[in-house]
Design a binder for this molecule. Sequence first.
Ligand code: NAD
Ligand code: UD1
Length: 349
Amino acid sequence: MDSNLGEVAKTNTVLLTGGTGYIGSHVAVELAMSGHSVVLLDNLSNSRASVVDRIAQITCKPVQFIRLDMLDYEGLCAVFEQYNFDGVIHLAGMKAVGESVEKPLEYYRNNVGATINLARCCCKYNVVNIVFSSSATVYGTNANMPLCEDNDTGCVNPYGWTKLMSEQILRDVARSRKDCNIALLRYFNPIGAHSSGLIGECPNDIPSNLAPYVLKVASGQLPYVRVFGNDYDTVDGTGVRDYIHVVDLAKGHINALDKLNTNCGLVTYNLGRGKGYSVLEVIAAFERACGRKIPYKFVQRRAGDIAICYASVDKAREQLGWQAQYDIDQMAIDGWKWQQYYVKNLFNE
Ligand code: NAD
Ligand code: UD1
């Protein structure tokens, strides 16, 4: 275990796993800004240590970070020994769908293993409030739009199964321990970045998701966007998804923590905007944001894609008092700001 803490006094605080990642860094900012004390935990397999300083720069507060692989159960126990966590937000995991098809065992081992170790520690150290980052992917090919939390689930790739299995594990933990409160948050398509431009998504390889790919084209690192199919039954023939600003998504975690404090047991919420945008509408928003043409070409549909996917957000609005605020233009503006910072300052880090 590698920590920047040394010996610290026990304080009430939130453990944020995957805390240096794309979504985790934004959740860390929102936690700090809403008065929570937070400990970030990450093995840095898909993120950089420098983000810790950038989170501190945004929040003007010191940030505690522990470098640890969650598969190291003894190490995780040591972290729980060190603090009195009053809640855990579990985001650590591998998230590339294509890679999960090539390396299924790595995905099951890492994602399901991390969830089991975390749940074991929570039970052992009586940490009863847990927020888990699930995904709209658990709805599989369900075509009932908008997707509601009680719709059928089912997955089409190992990544999705790791999310559904983790949900089931946590559901069973909640059944076995009546004092346990767990929020399963099903994210739709988070894009954009913090308005400071200091944190955002930085994929190691060529991105497979639309927004980071568009940003690489916009900044001249890739020649054109491949639009996967223009013959879907949608507004312009291209795929429609429920994009949500990552800051809105991050804020949803604070509402979820508040909900857990009401002793609600196990709860499930979609975090989306409840509105779909097509691939061409997304490209147009990024063109407006960066003030230049973004070249694209239509290519074959991507295997496993569905035409349209968007959330029902009624339950989160009614029960969490949470609703996304930012529109697609703000997502593009903030994403572009971050991309410029990244190219200038972090590209060769
Ligand atoms: P990310 O890769 O940026 O962040 C995940 C972090 O987890 C990384 O920093 C990585 O180093 C860390 N990690 C992975 N395995 C670990 C382990 N064994 N021990 C400790 N740290 C480990 O991804 P993200 O986009 O921020 O996603 C966060 C979570 O949200 C993931 O669980 C992901 O599956 C889920 N999610 C993401 C999206 C999305 O579109 N980004 C959508 C739905 C769900
Ligand atoms: C994908 C995953 C999903 C995961 C989510 C977040 C698949 C099939 N689904 O969702 O499980 O939870 O990412 O990590 O991989 N597109 C292009 N060109 C590109 C990239 C994407 O046209 O280069 C299109 C897609 O066809 C889709 C839309 O853009 O219509 C969004 O794609 P993407 O960003 O990959 O997200 P999802 O497919 O919704």
